[in-house]
Ligand binder design. Sequence first.
Ligand SMILES: NC(=O)c1ccc[n+]([C@@H]2O[C@H](COP(=O)([O-])OP(=O)(O)OC[C@H]3O[C@@H](n4cnc5c(N)ncnc54)[C@H](OP(=O)(O)O)[C@@H]3O)[C@@H](O)[C@H]2O)c1
Length: 251
Amino acid sequence: MIIVTGASGSLGAPLVRALAREGADVHGLSRRPRQGDGVTWHVGDLASGPAVLGEAGTIVHLASEPFKKGADLVQTRTLLEAARPDAHLVYVSIVGIDRHPYAYYRTKLAAERMIEGSGRPYTILRATQFHGFVASFFDALSRGPVLVAPTGTSCQPVAVEEVAARLAELALDSPAGRVPDLGGPEVLDARHMARTYLDITGKRRALLPVRLPGEVGRAFREGLHLASEPGGSRTWTEFLAGRVQSPAPRP
Ligand SMILES: NC(=O)c1ccc[n+]([C@@H]2O[C@H](COP(=O)([O-])OP(=O)(O)OC[C@H]3O[C@@H](n4cnc5c(N)ncnc54)[C@H](OP(=O)(O)O)[C@@H]3O)[C@@H](O)[C@H]2O)c1
């Protein structure tokens, strides 16, 4: 039995479908009742330790609340308390977090360390930013008359389906510790990404270059969040074109 926390999320959804296609006994955890995707769903909140976690031989831990301070540490601690001592823990993390001062990345690093120090067999995959995550920022920022684009900053966006496929392989395999990072195929300047977004969505907005402030801004300009090797194959342009042709249903 494989249980996926965050199974309803942008990465969880393609992951549980990939695991189900492989014939795995895949279970999903969500705070609300759900059905579908070839998954046995369980209602549970990681803030309170759902009992089903103790039944799984493999736990893929994707659940996250980036904008709630400390939430991911509470979730990871609860998961570790509930998991079997021999459960294979598979954790998805973010490229470059060792030296990055962004608060959410500090939390992800602390969660990685909790898993590594738990005595459980584990696998940790770090990925760069998903295409849909970056696009959702541009969607929000382009609601006004201009689109803000950070200067001197690059991104290496990756297809969430490619991260899901890699995680499915890892979850079905033996524990491997920290595995090589997975980034997208291209390192793109943020202003170029914003311009491509406007071209493909057909939105007419002026680009407003902005220098991200402080040590967090500097870390992004230094590219600490970029993978050392190109990874997946789907490009930013292909992602945007696919999204325009078949927009995701509103949740
Ligand atoms: N987004 C990116 O670009 C990116 C890049 C690299 C790594 N990652 C990592 O990938 C993971 C998944 O990201 P995502 O973008 O797929 O996230 P997402 O779409 O925001 O989904 C978050 C998931 O967390 C679950 N969740 C939140 N709080 C919970 C709680 N207290 N108990 C149980 N479940 C809870 C939600 O489930 P319900 O609402 O159904 O309860 C939801 O399925 C995260 O760990 C993130 O750090 C993301």
